[in-house]
Write a new protein. Structure first.
Length: 284
C-alpha cells in the first residue's frame, strides 16, 4: 500500500521504449509514462494546460514526464538530475584552453538549454535518442573536430567507441568502461582536466626526449666516428663513446620519470558573474 492507502498493483505487459518512456497495463488499463514522443507514437493528444505546465517545468531545468491512462493524459511529473559537482568549474577551465563543449542529451530542448546554461555550456544536442549519440559524434568529426566523449551509461557506449578519445566515469556501467580509452577512477569531473593535463605533459615530454636524443646523437656520432679529427684533432675512445651512448638512454629515461612528480592542475574556485549567452541548439 502507498502512503495514502492506495493499493499498488503489479503491472503487466511492461515495455521500456528507448529514449521515450515505458508502457504497461494496470488492472486492464493501458498506462504510458514518458515524453512527448511516446505520446505521439501512441496517438495521445496533450491538452493545452498540460503543455503550459510542461513548459514551466522544462524552464526549471527539469524533465517533464507525461502520464496517460487509456489514451488520455492525466498528469505530468517533473524530475531533475542535478549536474555533477564541479561541472561548471571544469567547463570553465576547458573553455579557457580553447576546447569546444557540447551537451548531448535525450532531454527536450528547453530542459537541455537550461542545464547547459547553468554550467556554462554554449552548444547543445537535445532530444537525442540513445542510438543517435554515436551519429552526433560522427557529425562533429566530419566537421574536422577531434572529439572526446565523456559518458557513464550503456547508452553512451557506442559514442565512446566512436569518439577519438572515449572517457568513462569510473562509477559508470561496465560496458561504458570497456568501450572507453580512458577510465576515470572516481566520479569527480575534475579528473577530466587532470587526464588532459597528463596527456599534454606526456606528449610534450615525448617531443622533448626526441629532440634531446636526436640532437645528442647528431653531435656525438660524428665525433665518435672521427669526422672532426682531421680538422680539430677531436675524437672519442671507444669506451667513452659507449659510456656516452648509455648516458643518452639514461637522460631520456630520467626525463620521462619526471612525469611522476606532476601535480593536478589548479582550478580556480572564484565565483564570477557570467553573462548569459544564447545556447545554440543543434538538435535538428
Amino acid at each position: 500500500y502507498g502512503e495514502k492507502g492506495v493499493e499498488l498493483s503489479t503491472p503487466e505487459n511492461f515495455e521500456a521504449v528507448s529514449g521515450m518512456g515505458i508502457s504497461c497495463t494496470v488492472k486492464g488499463k493501458s498506462v504510458l509514462i514518458g515524453n512527448r514522443k511516446l505520446m505521439k507514437l501512441n496517438e495521445t493528444s496533450i491538452p493545452p494546460e498540460i503543455e503550459n505546465e510542461m513548459s514551466v517545468i522544462e524552464h526549471q531545468a527539469k524533465t517533464a514526464m507525461l502520464c496517460s491512462v487509456d489514451g488520455r493524459v492525466v498528469g505530468v511529473i517533473g524530475v531533475s538530475d542535478r549536474p555533477r559537482d564541479n561541472a561548471e568549474l571544469v567547463v570553465k577551465h576547458l573553455k579557457k584552453k580553447g576546447i569546444l563543449i557540447w551537451l548531448v542529451t535525450g532531454d527536450n530542448v528547453n530542459t537541455a538549454k537550461s542545464i547547459a546554461s547553468s554550467v556554462g555550456i554554449d552548444n547543445v544536442f537535445a532530444e537525442v535518442l540513445p542510438a543517435d549519440k554515436k551519429i552526433k559524434v560522427e557529425e562533429l568529426q566530419s566537421l574536422g573536430h577531434t572529439v572526446a566523449m565523456i559518458g557513464d551509461g550503456i547508452n553512451d557506449s557506442p559514442a565512446l567507441a566512436q569518439a577519438d578519445v572515449g572517457i568513462a566515469i569510473g562509477a559508470g556501467t561496465q560496458i561504458a568502461i570497456e568501450a572507453a580509452d580512458i577510465v576515470l577512477m572516481s566520479s569527480d569531473l575534475k579528473d577530466v582536466v587532470t587526464a588532459l593535463d597528463i596527456s599534454e605533459r606526456t606528449y610534450n615530454r615525448i617531443k622533448w626526449n626526441f629532440v634531446w636524443a636526436f640532437g645528442y646523437n647528431t653531435l656525438a656520432i660524428p665525433i665518435a666516428a672521427g669526422v672532426f679529427y682531421p680538422i680539430f684533432k677531436l675524437s672519442l675512445p671507444p669506451w667513452v663513446a659507449g659510456m656516452a651512448m648509455a648516458l643518452s638512454s639514461v637522460s631520456v629515461i630520467s626525463s620521462s620519470l619526471l612525469l611522476r612528480v606532476c601535480y593536478k592542475p589548479p582550478l580556480s574556485k572564484n565565483k564570477e558573474i557570467r553573462k548569459k549567452k544564447k545556447v545554440l541548439d543543434y538538435s535538428q
